[in-house]
Design a protein around this ligand. Sequence first.
Ligand code: IDP
Ligand code: MG
Length: 164
Amino acid sequence: MERTLIILKPDAVQRQLVGRIIGRFEDKGFKIVGAKLRRIPRQTLERHYSDHKGKPFYQRLLAFMSKDPVVILALEGKNAIAVCRKMMGATFGSKADAGTIRGDFGISDSFNLIHGSDSPEAAAKELQLFFDTDELVSYDIISAPWIYDEDELVEPPSLPRTPP
Ligand code: IDP
Ligand code: MG
């Protein structure tokens, strides 16, 4: 089991695609363990996108991402990081395969609807940046025994239970 950080970008919120995008992750079997609607402060975005500092699109990216609210999610499931990236599709809407979120809902190379952590290191950093520890909630979903086989359901010690 893994956790990943997903952001439904301002274009997804403005185009009222939030429910449909979250629905895809729920349909796949992911569990929502954190969720909030926020306008992200510029300072937080500078930390989030520090790898892109200096690139030609950097300033426009920060302006786009800070202007309007986003939906921030923490999703939990088997291979969550890689599977969510696959469901998102390639970075540019014009290149993303049909059947992916970016491929089905957008065509822009900048307004590409969704962010997802791209590695375990990025997921750890981004989950910490956007969620306080007590904002991530551990709980069981009743369909879990039908989403996973028994041997897949064992939670590693790295995902501590939230005390009742
Ligand atoms: P990713 O979101 O698929 O991981 P990254 O290369 O990490 O893609 O880029 C971060 C974000 O910056 C993209 O999702 C997109 O919004 C924006 N971006 C990346 N490359 C370009 C570009 O060439 N033009 C405009 N925006 C870009
Ligand atoms: Mg990236």
